[in-house]
Design a protein around this ligand. Sequence first.
Ligand code: ZN
Length: 88
Amino acid sequence: MLYVSRNGKVRINYLKREDSLLIAKGEVASSSKPNVFHKVEIVYSFEKKYLIRGSCDCEISSFYGICKHQLMLLYVSLRARKKISKTL
Ligand SMILES: [Zn+2]
């Protein structure tokens, strides 16, 4: 584990930068089920300033392709990346 958010709800297991892309993999706590974490992966483009790819094993994501877990991982990854590595 590379980083855990202060509230413990977001865990970053992998974070890499490739040119203008930020690739993150991690686990995000379910809001309805205690002690359940969803597996989440995202790819964010600094150039386009949006999430270009994302996946999560929750039910909402299987319907809509997007969910709050992906956004939570993105938010924490963007904020914490410099603490993890200066090159991110
Ligand atoms: Zn989700």
